[in-house]
Design a protein around this ligand. Structure first.
Ligand SMILES: Cc1cc2nc3c(=O)[nH]c(=O)nc-3n(C[C@H](O)[C@H](O)[C@H](O)COP(=O)(O)O)c2cc1C
Length: 383
C-alpha cells in the first residue's frame, strides 16, 4: 500500500477501527497510485485535515507567496462567509440504511470521476513549489481527478499534459487580443484539455490589500506564458464573447464566477455546457455572499439543464455533501491545493484530495447516503 493512502487509513483506524469502515471505502483508500515514492523526504503523516496544510504552508512559503494565496479582497468578509455559511448548515442523518457500498462516482461531460471533487484553477504554482503545475497535475492524477489549469499557469499546457494521466481542463481569461485568446483556446484543446472554463467574475481585479502590502510580484525566474504583456483591458467581455468562444472550440465551455440566477439563465441561453458558482474565493468583490448561499437559487433556475459546479471554502467532506445536497454536481477546491503543493509537492496535492475524498465518503456513510444520486436536500437539517 502506498504511503499517503496508508497514512490516511492509519489515521482512520486510530479514530474508529478499520472494521467499521464500509468495505468499498477501505478498498478506495487502499487503491490508487500514490505519487509519494519510497525514500521521499516528505513526511505527510501529520497532515490530518485540510487546515493542517494551511498552518504548515506559512513556514514553507515566502511571505509574498503565502499572502498571495491566503488573502482575499478588502476586509475579507466573503472569505469568512464562505466558511461560516458552510459551518452553520446542519446535517440531518438517516440511520439503518445500508452503506456498506458507497457509489461516489460522478460523470462530467462523458468522463467518469471517482469523486465529485476537482482541482480549481489557481495561478502561479511555481511560487508555491519549484515543480509548479507539473506537481499539481501529478497529484491530481494520483487522486484520479480533473485539474483545471489556470490561464496564469507558470508551466505550458504541453508540459503539463505530458505528466497528467487524468483529464485537464483549461481556465480562460479572455484578453483584449481576441485572436490571441482564440489561439490559446485552440492550443489547450489540441493539447488534450477536455473543457474550457471562462472566468467571468474578473472584469477588473479586486482590492487585494494584503497583496498590495507585500508588494506582490512574480520572481524574475517565473512567468505566465499565456498572460504576457498584460496591459489594462479595454475591450469588455460580454455575453456575445461567450457565444463567440463556443465557435472557437469543440470542447465544452463552462462559465466560472456566477452568483446570480439571472446570469445562470443567460449563460444557458448563450449555449454554455456548464456553470461554476464561484466568488473567486472572496478575492474579487468583497461582501458578496458565500457560494453555498447562492447555490440553491441558481440550482433551481438551472434545473439540471447543464452540470452545475461550485467552489468557495470547501475544506471538509461534509462541505462537499452539503454542496451536492443543495444542487451542485461537483465542487472544486482552490487554496488547499496551493497549500498542499507548498507542503509536499505532488504528494501534498494528492494528500489534500485523498483526505477530502475520504471525508466525503465518511459524510455519506454517516448520513445514510450510499450514492451521489441519493444525496438531496433531505440531508440538510431544517429548523
Ligand atoms: C491563489 C489563488 C489563485 C487563483 N487564481 C485563479 C485564476 O487564475 N483563475 C481563476 O479563474 N480563478 C482563480 N482563483 C479562484 C479559484 O479558481 C477558486 O474559485 C477558489 O479558489 C475556490 O475557493 P477556495 O480557494 O476557498 O477553495 C484563484 C484562487 C486562489 C486562492
Amino acid at each position: 500500500m502506498e504511503q499517503s493512502r496508508r497514512n490516511l487509513l492509519k489515521s482512520f483506524t486510530a479514530l474508529a477501527g478499520a472494521s467499521l469502515l464500509p468495505s468499498e471505502v477501505q478498498s478506495q483508500i487502499k487503491a490508487g497510485s500514490s505519487v509519494l515514492k519510497k525514500g521521499d523526504p516528505i513526511d505527510l503523516s501529520e497532515f490530518i485535515n485540510l487546515y493542517d496544510f494551511e498552518k504548515s504552508a506559512e513556514s514553507k512559503m515566502t511571505k509574498m507567496a503565502f499572502e498571495y494565496v491566503a488573502s482575499g479582497a478588502a476586509d475579507e468578509f466573503t472569505v469568512k462567509w464562505n466558511r461560516q455559511a458552510l459551518d452553520t448548515i446542519k446535517l440531518n442523518p438517516t440511520v439503518l440504511t445500508d452503506v456498506t457500498k458507497l457509489d461516489t462516482k460522478v460523470s462530467l461531460f462523458g468522463h467518469q470521476l471517482s469523486h465529485p471533487i476537482l482541482v480549481a484553477p489557481t495561478a502561479f504554482h511555481k511560487i508555491m513549489h519549484p515543480d509548479g503545475e507539473l506537481a499539481t497535475a501529478r497529484g491530481a492524477s494520483a487522486a484520479s481527478t480533473i485539474y483545471v489549469v489556470s490561464s496564469f499557469t507558470t508551466t505550458r499546457i504541453e508540459e503539463i499534459s505530458k505528466v497528467a494521466t487524468h483529464p485537464l481542463w483549461f481556465q480562460l481569461y479572455v484578453r483584449d487580443d481576441r485572436a490571441f485568446t482564440k489561439d490559446v483556446v485552440q492550443k489547450a484543446e489540441a493539447q488534450g484539455c477536455k473543457a474550457i472554463c471562462v472566468t467571468v467574475d474578473t472584469p477588473v481585479g479586486g482590492a487585494r490589500n494584503r497583496q498590495q502590502r507585500v508588494k506582490f510580484k512574480l520572481p524574475d525566474n517565473v512567468n505566465a506564458p499565456y498572460m504576457v504583456s498584460l496591459g489594462p483591458q479595454k475591450n469588455p467581455l460580454t455575453w456575445k464573447d461567450i457565444e463567440w468562444l463556443q465557435t472557437c472550440t469543440k470542447i465544452p465551455l463552462l462559465v466560472k464566477g456566477i452568483l446570480n440566477p439571472d446570469d445562470a439563465e443567460k449563460a444557458i441561453q448563450s449555449g454554455v455546457s456548464g456553470i461554476i458558482v464561484s466568488n473567486h474565493s472572496g478575492r474579487n468583490l468583497d461582501t458578496v455572499p458565500a457560494t453555498i448561499e447562492a447555490l440553491p437559487r441558481i440550482a433551481a433556475k438551472v434545473n439540471k439543464r447543464v452540470p452545475l459546479l461550485m467552489d468557495g471554502g470547501i475544506r471538509r467532506g461534509t462541505d462537499v455533501l452539503k454542496a451536492i445536497a443543495l444542487g451542485a454536481n461537483a465542487v472544486l477546491v482552490g487554496k488547499p491545493i496551493c497549500f498542499g503543493l507548498a507542503c509536499g509537492g505532488a504528494a501534498g496535492v494528492e494528500k489534500v484530495l485523498s483526505i477530502l475524498q475520504y471525508e466525503f465518503e465518511l459524510a455519506m456513510a454517516l448520513t445514510g447516503k450510499s450514492s451521489i444520486a441519493s444525496i438531496d436536500s433531505s440531508v440538510i437539517w431544517k429548523q
